[in-house]
Design a binder for this molecule. Structure first.
Ligand code: NAD
Length: 493
């Protein structure tokens, strides 16, 4: 485990060096829940009435505090989650960008003005705050994901309690501390440390009006059920089983570079990680040998040392899960191209799994199951003309319960554009791997099918989770006008 719970203490360990305790935290006890909820409600009374441009100033100050100490926070994230320092720096930059973007929204937070069907009447809608929110997050982006949720939540005028993952709670704690240092009124941003049981207890409270959850589809289903019965606004960002289709005319150097980032970045522990590669047999033969060479260099097996681009697996349990799925696939008939072993089960230093490639068939379990590890499943199709090849590849790509991120590599613009239309996922990429989305206006992040429930993060659409509409009708006719009745004229009259 990278998180060890001893009584009411949580030890947060470095998954690439498990003898190192990065931080210690006190787990939230039942009697403290009452206080958190009370503070959140009290603070809501103040924060919801604070003008949005004033709320924005706090977010902008928090962005500046992160920018001032970017290297410090990146190093902490690198230690608690194990991701390479470059990736950690990128994630802290994402926190800064997200805070800046939603600070800008404080000057907009647009509603809408409509046309009344009556004379002397005006109708407009405003976005209004909802109430205390519960933000529950996973460990793989322990700084960025809290910011994706908290920034639109705050700018919308809500308060929140963040329940970060027990496997990487420190970056979440820092996030709340920075917001408070930036000047949030007491109780607007609070932290709840603990495992799923703590999250569940908070979720069940009637006073929580919004829940935003990032994690597995299985837990997401449980969250959705509780939220539905309590009529809470609910946003779910769940698992993925993402694919890249590589057409025969693709730039294979770009594909190689893209797949290393997409499939093996964060050791495949991103919801957007490239988990399936679909291509023709001859393209596979042209691509794989040099690709295998490159991914093998991510971990130095002779000296038992990861390169500075490789990431550990977060927990011993997850390490075993990855290996079990690989061994099951081999038993089912998958061909192991490279990897397929636990490199370090924690007895040397940390939890590492070998960068792995399997050749599989679409009917195998691993073709549809989220692995969340450095494992790429290759599906080779018989060579045929491009339109037919794309059709066949697309049928395989879409035949999963998830719909987060898919990509196509081709130099043929027409085919590429058709593919972008055909993918059944919230994110699609042209000549790029299945990565996440940038932060900002139109760059909405979220998935289709069982990857979520239609909510979006990262762009303006995130405001839909954290605001409710109010429609205001002002009648200055000094008479009783009845919509759909008063102005009706019979065709005969
Ligand atoms: P998880 O579902 O095990 O846990 C996520 C969070 O939920 C943790 O904070 C955990 O303590 C909490 N939790 C667990 N049970 C709970 C319950 N019954 N009630 C309330 N809270 C509960 O997921 P994980 O292992 O931390 O993360 C990996 C998963 O997250 C993968 O499936 C990955 O695809 C997904 N993920 C999705 C996105 C996205 O934006 N779509 C981003 C990152 C990760």
């Amino acid at each position: 485990m990278s998180a060890i719970i001893e009584g009411t203490t949580l030890l947060n360990k470095n998954p690439s060096n498990i003898s190192e305790v990065v931080s210690e935290h006190k787990i939230l006890e039942d009697f403290e829940i009452e206080q958190l909820i009370y503070e959140s409600q009290q603070a809501f009374k103040i924060w919801s009435k604070t003008p949005a441009p004033e709320r924005a100033k706090v977010l902008a100050r928090a962005a500046q505090l992160y920018a001032d100490h970017k290297e410090h926070y990146s190093k902490i994230l690198h230690k608690e989650n194990g991701k390479p320092i470059d990736e950690a720096r990128g994630e802290i930059q994402e926190v800064i960008d997200t805070l800046e973007f939603f600070a800008g929204e404080g000057r907009r937070l647009y509603g809408m003005v409509g046309n009344s069907e009556m004379p002397n009447k005006t109708i407009y809608t405003t976005r209004e705050p909802i109430g205390p929110a519960l933000l529950i997050t996973a460990w793989n982006f322990p700084a960025a994901v809290p910011s994706w949720k908290a920034a639109p939540c705050l700018i919308g005028g809500n308060t929140f309690i963040l329940k970060p993952s027990e496997h990487a709670p420190l970056s979440g704690k820092i996030f709340v501390d920075v917001l408070n240092e930036a000047g949030l009124p007491h109780g607007v941003a609070q932290l709840a440390i603990g495992d799923g049981a703590v999250g569940k207890k908070l979720l069940e409270r009637d006073e929580i009006k919004i829940v935003s959850f990032t994690g597995s589809t299985a837990v997401g289903r449980e969250i959705a059920e509780v939220a539905a019965s309590g009529f809470k606004k609910c946003a779910l960002e769940l698992g993925g089983k993402n694919s890249s289709i590589v057409m025969p005319d693709a730039n294979l150097d770009l594909v190689r570079e893209g797949l290393i980032w997409g499939a093996y970045g964060t050791a495949g522990q991103r919801c957007t990680s490239t988990s399936r590669l679909i291509l023709s047999k001859s393209t596979s033969e042209a691509l794989l040998p040099s690709f295998v060479e490159e991914i093998t260099s991510l971990y130095d097996k002779v000296n038992n040392r990861p390169s500075d681009k490789y990431c550990p697996i977060i927990t011993a349990k997850q390490l075993r899960k990855v290996d079990d799925l690989v061994q099951e696939a081999i038993a089912e008939g998958a061909e192991l191209v490279c990897g397929g072993k636990i490199l370090d089960d924690g007895s040397h230093q940390g939890y590492f799994y070998e960068p792995t490639i399997l050749k599989i068939k679409p009917a195998m379990k691993i073709a549809k199951t989220e692995v969340f590890g450095p494992v790429l499943s290759v599906m080779e199709l018989e060579d045929k003309e491009p339109e037919k090849l794309l059709e066949e590849a697309m049928a395989i790509s879409n035949d999963v319960k998830y719909g987060l991120s898919n990509s196509i590599f081709t130099e043929n613009m027409n085919l590429g554009m058709k593919a972008l239309k055909m993918f059944e996922s919230g994110l699609v990429y042209f000549n790029a791997p299945t990565i996440g989305a940038e932060c900002g206006g139109a760059s909405f992040f979220g998935g289709w099918k069982q990857t979520g429930n239609g909510s979006r993060e990262g762009g303006v659409a995130a405001l839909d989770t954290y605001t409710q509409y109010k429609t205001v009708s002002i009648d200055y006719s000094a008479s009783l006008q009845k919509a759909q009745i008063s102005n009706y004229k019979s065709p005969a009259s």
